[in-house]
Ligand binder design. Structure first.
Ligand SMILES: Nc1ncnc2c1ncn2[C@@H]1O[C@H](COP(=O)(O)OP(=O)(O)OP(=O)(O)O)[C@@H](O)[C@H]1O
Length: 460
């Protein structure tokens, strides 16, 4: 899938082209910069490669910049054009902007503003493309690269929407935040994104839970020799290893505040400083972060930076827990049974037909990870023909046993009722819920029907 990062510099001065391309490579590392010195070649170049942005000189032999601006906007409306010229005339600038230029710069030695505009234009084109992709995929309801999702089994409409959304986001360079309970498939989504857009580049992941600040900083950003006052050798960090690919930050909520500002710098300026160095290193990598925690709550508690949170949340995917994916249960059980049998090199045991039904009411606090664990346990405890379902029943019983309905539902008033009053209220409620069926009410209350009848007669 095409990322919006190809940039074509057009100018008849080859020395200027060389300098500008070197500068932009440094200041906008996310861009792929090509150059074109001959105005007659520009439209050919656009025919053969998908450029998100063209930086155009105005005064050139053969075709003027204004002429090319018009042709590009007509034939490639999704490509933005920034004019970079020596012509310092308000009229010309106004005319170019009216013809659809994205921005207009006078050639000077100071290219910081130009770099900012280039970065913004690439973001705009990326967002436009993602939006178009979301629209297309939601209209057609089809995935264009289904093979990237081979490891994500689902037939739940809500999950299929998320797959399509991830596919649409794959072309944007912006970070993605994946949220959801533990074990619900966040890692799988990060890996799918990698396959969608960065399959030939590295996928580098780190789980930030429980790591201290210096370990995180050194691991992520690397260090120069002796950075920590010891004689430790220089080493490259994971950000360096993830160049051009995906850096997956699992449990981003555990990132200490000090490291959050460095991550923000990386996201905003696509550069980082190894520990002990004051020389910024440019890098281009897609950041995917995940968490099972509520980052808004962490922000309110002062543990997560507001600016980082909003930067990360620009693309967000929240995965539903397994208990909200009833349509997937049977398929996942079958999948994990086959996987376990294969790993344990045994034949696939038969499962009871109603296994998925038995599990329907179960909450799966550990989600797919828990289901997978149960199935592997069951397969390992099975004989060659039939699946041993004890692990499933044990989990259901354990959970039922650990839930204290009184803790969950009863709320006592300041003035407690007497035992007799509470007992009578309970019996009245049970009788009303069972439409005065004493046998059912007695079962609900955990006493025999005759004991209930006695209590009702006595008015207890
Ligand atoms: N849709 C799916 N189809 C098949 N297997 C899945 C699916 N989603 C997740 N899994 C499997 O379930 C297990 C848990 O998934 P994963 O590690 O992606 O969850 P997670 O949300 O990242 O968990 P954690 O919060 O603990 O990091 C993995 O073994 C994964 O391969």
């Amino acid at each position: 899938m095409k990322l919006a990062r190809n940039l074509l510099l057009v100018d008849d001065e080859s020395q200027w082209l060389r300098t500008l391309s070197m500068t932009l490579n440094r200041l906008v590392p996310e861009a792929n910069v090509d150059t074109c010195v001959d105005s007659r070649q520009v439209m050919n170049r656009l025919d053969t490669k998908d450029y998100a942005l063209v930086l155009l000189d105005l005064t050139m032999p053969f075709h003027s910049g204004e002429e090319l601006l018009e042709s590009i906007r007509n034939q490639y409306p999704n490509t933005r054009v920034i004019i970079v010229t020596g012509v310092n005339e308000v009229d010309t600038a106004v005319r170019c902007m009216k013809r659809g230029a994205y921005d207009y710069f006078i050639k000077t030695g100071d290219v910081d503003d130009l770099a900012t505009s280039v970065r913004r234009a690439l973001e705009v084109v990326g967002l436009e493309r993602s939006y178009q992709h979301v629209k297309d995929s939601f209209l057609t309801k089809e995935l264009s690269q289904p093979q990237a999702f081979n490891h994500i089994l689902t037939c739940e409409p809500a999950m299929l929407d998320r797959l399509r959304y991830l596919e649409a986001l794959a072309i944007s360079p912006e970070p993605i935040l994946i949220t959801g309970e533990s074990g619900c498939g966040k890692d799988q989504f990060a890996k799918a994104l990698h396959l969608l857009s960065y399959a030939d580049a590295p996928f580098v992941s780190i789980n930030l839970a429980g790591l201290n600040l210096s370990t995180i900083e050194a691991t992520l950003f690397g260090q120069v020799r002796g950075a920590l006052g010891t004689d430790e050798p220089a080493r490259a960090g994971l950000v360096h290893s993830a160049a051009d690919g995906v850096l997956y930050l699992d449990e981003i909520g555990d990132l200490p505040l000090e490291a959050q500002s460095k991550l923000l710098d990386l996201l905003q300026h696509r550069q980082y400083y190894p520990l002990g160095s004051d020389r910024p290193q440019p890098v281009r990598c897609r950041i995917v972060a995940s968490t099972q925690h509520d980052l808004l709550a962490l922000k309110q508690a002062g543990k997560f930076r507001n600016d980082l949170l909003y930067r990360l949340r620009s693309h967000r995917i929240n995965l539903p827990p397994l208990r909200d994916r009833p349509l997937d249960l049977t398929m996942l059980i079958n999948h994990f049974i086959e996987m376990a049998a294969k790993e344990m090199q045994r034949s696939v045991p038969l499962q009871p037909r109603d296994l998925a039904d038995k599990l329907r009411g179960y909450q799966f606090p550990g989600n797919l990870q828990e289901l997978k664990g149960m199935v592997f346990d069951a397969v390992s405890r099975s004989n060659d023909t039939h699946l041993n379902i004890a692990p499933f029943l044990e989990a259901i019983n354990e959970l039922n046993g650990s839930v204290n309905p009184i803790d969950q539902h009863l709320r006592f008033p300041d003035q407690l009722p007497t035992l007799a009053e509470a007992g009578k209220a309970l019996i009245d409620e049970a009788m009303s819920r069972t439409a005065n069926n004493q046998t059912a009410a007695a079962q609900m209350l955990g006493i025999s029907q005759s004991a209930l009848s006695r209590r009702i007669t006595k008015g207890e």
